[in-house]
Design a binder for this molecule. Structure first.
Ligand SMILES: [Cu+2]
Length: 114
């Protein structure tokens, strides 16, 4: 009788382990997702985005004032009027700080990881 109970217990444990191994991780895979940054009230929102290599970031100016996106390496969007967008793809891992060259107190960062 004890042997049967032990056998049942072992089978339950094996089933439980098997269940957890085969259940996919509930963490969403957002590797292909683009990040969106709104330019609003003279600020980049969110001010920091974390993306993967190959992802695209899209900035959209929601202010009536003009803004741009200017990276430390000199890469720069055109001046964005209200409603206009700029996007770029990041193919190298790293930290990319940027500002609005028209209003240099506006700062943001893109962090690209593998
Ligand atoms: Cu600006």
């Amino acid at each position: 009788m004890k042997k049967i109970l032990i056998t049942i217990f072992v089978l339950i444990v094996i089933c439980a382990i098997w269940f957890f191994i085969r259940t996919p991780s509930p963490v969403l895979n957002i590797q292909d997702a683009s990040a969106t940054v709104n330019i609003k009230s003279f600020a980049f929102s969110p001010s920091q985005v974390n993306i993967k290599v190959g992802d695209k970031v899209v900035w959209t100016n929601l202010d009536s004032a003009p803004h741009d996106v200017t990276f430390e390496n000199g890469e720069q969007s055109k001046t964005l009027a209200q409603g206009e967008s700029f996007d770029t793809v990041f193919n190298e891992p790293g930290t990319y700080p940027y500002i609005c060259s028209i209003h240099p107190s506006m700062k943001g960062t893109v962090i690209v990881s593998n």
